[in-house]
Design a protein around this ligand. Structure first.
Ligand code: SF4
Length: 708
């Protein structure tokens, strides 16, 4: 029996794992006691990873390429040459006839950094379109935009060690106990070691995280900005601001001060549905604790005002000087295992490599020079929701989807399914073949999965870890970066760019890809030129920045009070509270909130293969307050139809005091069966998105509920 060190492929905590195997089959997994993200701990999902690749899951694997040349016909097994030649031929024909913006790629926070890098280079460098987006758009793009707006660059300034050092932990819009369980274990340990540490939780639902709070603020859904502005109002009124910090290290405070004068605790109490005294107490603890750390996730991000929710929270840190010190700072928790790697590589439709911006001509020229191409297109590509809408309108004719399941995970699913049905060509590259999206694939390309791949991932605290292959690829599956390189050379040959494609995609290993990515970071805020695969091998996971000559990575950013903005100062962002896009009405009287379960991941492509992970919650249930059940003459266990402006779903209802009257909750994980005409939970959610980050408001919909 052998052991291989690697990383868990689920959430952004980025836990280290030790994979037990016999060289052919993975037989077990346990936590890596030396990994600084988890010190040997694993949650239920991580501890059952080996079961997702057990022999009895093989029937769900995509093991060889499949192709159909006619819609409606079954796909046939083909070789790699036939599959990739076919796709290259179709992509080249569409690009020649309609231009490069008629094709698109939709990737994933499950990709390794090396996968992201090659697909980004293929799309923006070789093809010449910025139509590359990923499911990180649904997860982290508001955090990206918020950090850039307030602090200058997309860099979480904190580390997990700040949990141990903080005096006040302020969790907003995150059920950390379920979504980032090992971080929550660390919070529990920190509180046990320091009983004086305060925990404030802001969430519309009484989650497991909220149950642990010293102060729980069950605000009305989407009212976070009103709360944060009112907290700043209290800090101003009570003289709890750090005026020296504001003067020396920030700009824009006067405009914010004028704005928050209106946000009295009494006014916010009405908007948020909270006791005025609790708002005042939250402000006091936040501002006057020796160190305050905030942690936040999709509750702030998946919102039509997600960017401003992030910035309004960062305002509190800047105003009270709670940043750049041990135990203090705004810490965005990353949803996916390597959403951060995608942000580093610039693998979103509006970003470029190493935190460069598409809108910046100098940045475009730098990337073009690095890649050896004449230019990188300036026009941003389509973000996720708009990308699928453009497919539906026929503007994008071919789409390549990798390692993600948009037919289940995007909002307003009816639109997404119609788009996939209307596309001229749908290529799906995945480890598994049973996803809702794979049902639409004209070409299915089998990709290697966890335990079979080599590369790197970056977790929430900017820590780069190695992911290692323990066993060989299953069937004929290939690595994502390899498939992209092979396709790029075939496409280049058909677009009179054969020589360029050979030069751009001559990588022979993930390390060669990573080395080029590393070079792109030279002189940037995330400079990793002091790192190498060999150093990661010798010294274990490392945090960025880690420039050449550095002895170590940076645990904490902005300790010197200098920010990567033109003035060197952080920016206050004065922003008004705006309600959610959908609000309860006479026709749709309930506010639906979506969220995660402890033991499931995303659309359950992998966790759905492990029966024991259904013990916690075996089926999707609509959680409603007993008053709302009684009003509708419903009882626990009744089957109901939930209907929103977008669509409908049939669910079992249960009484729950985790939501207030007028609200209901459903876990996000379950899809439907598109071929049978049934859609999943996201049939209900709207596609309305934040105007800056373009992240859709997956958390909120207005619904009606009727007994069946
Ligand atoms: Fe994996 Fe996240 Fe659980 Fe750690 S906390 S074992 S990274 S799912």
């Amino acid at each position: 029996m052998s052991e291989t060190k690697s990383t868990c492929c689920y959430c952004g905590v980025g836990c280290g794992v030790i994979v037990e195997h016999d060289g052919a089959q993975i037989t077990g997994v346990r936590g890596d006691p030396e990994h600084p993200a988890n010190f040997g701990r694993l949650c239920t999902k991580g501890a059952t990873l080996h079961l997702t690749v057990a022999p009895d899951t093989r029937s769900q694997r995509a093991l060889h390429p499949e192709l159909r040349t006619e819609r409606g016909a079954p796909r046939q097994r083909v070789g790699w040459d036939a599959a990739l030649d076919h796709v290259a031929e179709r992509f080249a024909a569409i690009i020649r006839e309609h231009g490069p913006d008629a094709v698109a790629f939709y990737g994933s926070g499950q990709w390794l950094t090396e996968d992201y890098y090659v697909f980004n280079k293929l799309t923006k460098g070789l093809i010449g379109t910025n139509n590359l987006d990923t499911n990180s758009r649904l997860c982290m793009s508001s955090a990206v935009a918020g950090y850039k707006l307030s602090l200058g660059v997309d860099a979480p300034p904190c580390s997990y060690t700040d949990i141990d050092a903080t005096a006040c932990l302020f969790i907003a819009g995150s059920n950390t106990a379920f979504a980032h369980p090992i971080v929550f274990r660390r919070i529990e340990a920190a509180r046990a070691a320091n009983p004086a540490m305060k925990l404030v939780v802001v969430d519309p639902r009484r989650t497991d995280t909220a149950e642990a709070a010293d102060l729980f603020l069950p605000l009305l859904p989407g009212t976070d900005i009103a709360l944060f502005n009112a907290m700043l109002h209290v800090m101003l009124w009570e003289g709890w601001l750090n005026r020296d910090y504001i003067e020396a290290h920030t700009e824009g405070f006067d405009a914010l001060k004028r704005l928050v004068r209106e946000y009295t605790p009494a006014m916010a109490a009405t908007i948020c549905g909270l006791p005025k005294r609790d708002i005042e107490l939250a402000a006091e603890w936040f501002a006057t604790s020796p160190a305050t750390l905030s942690m936040y996730c999709q509750g702030l991000n998946q919102s039509t005002s997600g960017t401003h929710k992030n910035s309004a929270l960062i305002n509190l840190h800047l105003a009270s000087g709670q940043i750049g010190r041990a135990g203090a700072g705004p810490f965005s928790l990353t949803g996916q295992p390597n959403a951060m790697g995608g942000r580093e590589v610039g693998a979103l439709s509006n970003l470029l490599s190493a935190h460069r911006d598409l809108g910046n001509a100098e940045h475009r020229a730098e990337v073009a020079a690095l890649w050896g191409v004449p230019e990188v297109p300036a026009v941003p590509g389509k973000p996720a929701v708009e990308l699928f809408e453009a497919i539906g309108r026929g503007e994008i004719k071919a789409v390549w989807i990798a390692a993600t399941n948009p037919a289940q995970s995007l909002p307003d699913q009816a639109v997404v399914h119609a788009a996939l049905a209307a596309a001229e060509l749908v290529v799906v590259q995945d480890t598994y073949r049973h996803t809702e999206t794979a049902a639409y694939a004209d070409v299915l390309l089998p990709a290697t999965g966890w335990g079979e791949k080599d590369g790197t991932v970056t977790n929430s605290e900017r820590r780069i870890s190695r992911t290692r292959a323990a066993v060989p690829p299953q069937g004929e599956s290939r690595h994502d970066w390899q498939i992209a390189c092979d396709f790029a050379r075939r496409l280049g040959a058909r677009l009179d760019k054969a020589e360029l494609a050979e030069r751009m995609f001559g990588f022979d290993s993930p390390e060669a890809v990573w080395n080029e990515h590393r070079e792109s970071t030279r002189g940037r805020d995330l400079d990793i030129t002091g790192l190498s695969y060999a150093k990661l091998e010798a010294d274990g996971p490392q945090q960025w920045p880690f420039p050449a000559g550095a002895a170590s990575g940076r645990v904490r950013l902005y300790e010197d009070g200098v920010f990567p903005t033109p003035s060197g100062k952080a920016r206050f962002v004065a922003t008004e509270y705006v309600a959610t896009a959908e609000r309860p009405s006479a026709r749709y009287p309930l506010h639906l909130i979506t969220g995660r379960l402890r033991d499931q991941w995303h659309s359950m492509t992998r966790t759905g293969l492990v029966p024991r992970l259904f013990n916690h919650e075996p089926e999707p249930q609509l959680h409603m307050h007993a008053e709302d059940l009684a009003r509708r003459d419903l009882a626990d266990g009744d089957i109901v139809r939930v209907r929103s402006r977008q669509g409908a779903a049939v669910l079992k209802v249960i009484a729950s005091d985790t939501v207030r009257p007028g609200q209901c909750f459903v876990p996000m994980h379950w899809g439907g069966n598109a071929m049978a005409g049934r859609l999943g939970i996201n049939a209900l959610t709207p596609s309305a998105a934040d105007p800056t980050s373009k992240q859709p408001e997956l958390k909120h919909a207005a619904v009606q509920v009727e007994k069946l």
